[in-house]
Every structure is written in structure tokens, then in C-alpha cells.
Write a protein that binds this ligand. Structure first.
Ligand code: PMV
Length: 328
């Protein structure tokens, strides 16, 4: 079967940073995210006779090297589970900048998990799909679900409880996100390297892990209560805490560029004028601004006027992964 799946990216409001097991990609902390409408990856997989190696076409370009190695490792998990031994042809397209902190790995591995598992004849439950997607990228486990999502750290050594589950569906609460794109270039230090450095050398790391459950519990109740101010404050807090951790490793990692910092200041100044807006940033320089529907347009205009901001995307809570085409 040739299966096409589509998954949206997501943004963590309470961040995941650090692994308790690198082989199985088990997170050291849980996280809470919103799946983002319209920032998607579409992936088609087919296991084919006659292929010597897996083939990857990413945004129209044939990939070899690290990107292909990562996909092959992931497909090996599916081959081991399904008993299919054929190599696969994978074609994947993102509709937003790849690897620049817009969580392209989240939508990519959620889409690949859904398309490749089905192409191999597996019929996985959402929980199993989330567990599989996590093997590709921790944040991908969350993109299996739409709306507001919680990812559990889990306790089991085999990772079967390190999965995401829905917290509230996308229509539960209409919040908006404006994304200030500050570069189109790929980031230089990927999240796995950054996390490994933080765990190995930051004196803040134990505190980060120790305080995670409190942050998650606070965010969960603020979200379910639709308390925008609380959700915004906690999002900024978790973002700055995660970046402080990344910066405090040896070597430290600074994911921001100058424009990211300008945008953070602009958002905080906006709040002084009474407009509720809060930022959050993943492992890259793009800044996502949380706001309410009635403020979305003026916030977009404000962000566009900041020197260095290339363009601004608007998004809102979106759907989980979907199979969109299946052919023989
Ligand atoms: O799943 P990864 O390896 O892309 O790491 C995600 C790390 C952050 O985006 C910074 C935080 C998060 O929870 O998404």
C-alpha cells in the first residue's frame, strides 16, 4: 500500500527538554502543547520490492546523509514490528521552514509514523502511534493528537507509558498564535544535541527535572479553566526556563537571534499597554506569540513592523494526524 498521512506541528506551552533514555527517546519531563493548524507535513510511504536502500525525498530534494539515516532507523522499528523487510520510498513535504524551530520534526515524525505503519500493514491505536512517533522525535508524540495535548514522562523502562494524550479538543478554547519568522535558515544545533549538553553539564538540570511536575499541574488547571493570563504567564516562564537551561550548559546554546530578543521585548511592552500577549520559543529563533482572537490582527501588524521580522504566520489549535490517501 501507498499511504499518505498529514500531521500538524505543535508548540509546547510547557516544554520538554532532556531525555531519561536516549535509545528509546524517553523524555525526562512531561510537556503540554497545542497542535497548530496549517503548519503541516504531508508524507507518503511505500515499501517496495527492488529497493536496495530506503529513499527519502524531502521537500522535493533527494536526501542522503544524516536525514536518511534517521529515517532508516525509524523505519527499522516498523520493519521489526511488522515483519516487512522491504525498503521504503518516503516522500515528505513541509509547508513551513524546516528545522528552524517550528517543530518540523514533530509534524514530520507524526506523519511518517502514521503513513509508514499503515503502509507496513500495522493498525496502531492512537496511543501506539504516539509511542512510535516519539521514537522519531519527542515532540512528534504530541502531534498525533489535535487541540491541547499532554505528553507523559512515563516511568516504565520500555517507554510504553511515555506517550501523549488529548487534554482538550481544538474547539474547547479559541486562542491564536502569531509566529514571527526571523530567519529562513536551518538551525545549527539540533534539540537532541542541546538536550544532551544541558543534561551532561548544566547545574540547572536537576532543578529543571525536579520542578517539571509542578509546572505541568499548574498549566493543566489554567488551560482547563481557560485562564488566558495564567496560561500565557506559565508559557513564557517555561520557555525562558528551558532556554536558561540550554544556555547554562558547557558549551551553552543560544537558539535566539537578535530579532527574537526584540520580539520578546515588544511582546512584554505590549502587555504594559493592556493587550494580553505572551511569547514562547522552541529550539530555534522563531517567536510564537499567544493571543486572543480579537487581538490577533493588530499583534500581527505590530510584529511585522519589528526590524528583522521577515513575515508573520497566523495559526490556531488544529487537528491531529490523519491518513489522507491510501492506494494499492
Ligand atoms: O522533540 P524534539 O527533539 O524536536 O525536541 C523538542 C524540544 C522543544 O521543541 C524545544 C520543546 C518541546 O517540548 O517541543
Amino acid at each position: 500500500m501507498r499511504i499518505t498521512a498529514k500531521a500538524n506541528s505543535n508548540i509546547a506551552l510547557i516544554k520538554y527538554w532532556g531525555k531519561r533514555n536516549s535509545d528509546l527517546n524517553l523524555p525526562a519531563v512531561g510537556s503540554i502543547s497545542v497542535t497548530l493548524e496549517g503548519l503541516s507535513t504531508q508524507t507518503t510511504t511505500r515499501f517496495e520490492t527492488g529497493l536496495q536502500n530506503d529513499r527519502l525525498l524531502l521537500n522535493g530534494k533527494k536526501e542522503s546523509g544524516p536525514a536518511l539515516v534517521r529515517i532508516t532507523r525509524f523505519l527499522d522499528i516498523i520493519r521489526n514490528t511488522s515483519g516487512v523487510s522491504l525498503k521504503a520510498s518516503v516522500e515528505s513535504n513541509n509547508n513551513f521552514p524546516t528545522a528552524a524551530g517550528l517543530a518540523s520534526s514533530a509534524s514530520a515524525f507524526a506523519a511518517l509514523a502514521a503513513s509508514a505503519s499503515k503502509a507496513a500493514g500495522l493498525n496502531l491505536s492512537d496511543a501506539q502511534l504516539s509511542e512510535l512517533a516519539r521514537r522519531g522525535s519527542g515532540s512528534a508524540a504530541r502531534s498525533v493528537f489535535g487541540g491541547y495535548v499532554v505528553m507523559h514522562r512515563g516511568e516504565r523502562p520500555d517507554g510504553s507509558d511515555s506517550i501523549a494524550e488529548p487534554l482538550a479538543e481544538k474547539n474547547f478554547w479559541d486562542i491564536r498564535l502569531c509566529i514571527a519568522i526571523t530567519t529562513e535558515k536551518a538551525k545549527t544545533i539540533n534539540s537532541t544535541v542541546g538536550m544532551t549538553q544541558s543534561k551532561a553539564s548544566s547545574v540547572y538540570y536537576p532543578a529543571w527535572v525536579d520542578t517539571a511536575e509542578t509546572d505541568l499541574a499548574e498549566m493543566r488547571s489554567a488551560l482547563l479553566a481557560k485562564d488566558f493570563q495564567k496560561v500565557g504567564e506559565l508559557s513564557e516562564y517555561s520557555c525562558l526556563k528551558m532556554h536558561a537551561l540550554a544556555m547554562s550548559g558547557r558549551p551553552g546554546v543560544v537558539y535566539w537571534n537578535g530579532t527574537s530578543v526584540e520580539v520578546m521585548h515588544a511582546v512584554q511592552s505590549l502587555r504594559q499597554t493592556g493587550i494580553p500577549a505572551y511569547f514562547t520559543i522552541d529550539a530555534g529563533p522563531q517567536v510564537k506569540v499567544l493571543c486572543l482572537p480579537e487581538d490577533e490582527n493588530r499583534i500581527k501588524v505590530m510584529l511585522q513592523e519589528i526590524p528583522g521580522v521577515l513575515r508573520v504566520l497566523k495559526t490556531r489549535p488544529g487537528d491531529g494526524v490523519q491518513i489522507i490517501e491510501a492506494t494499492e
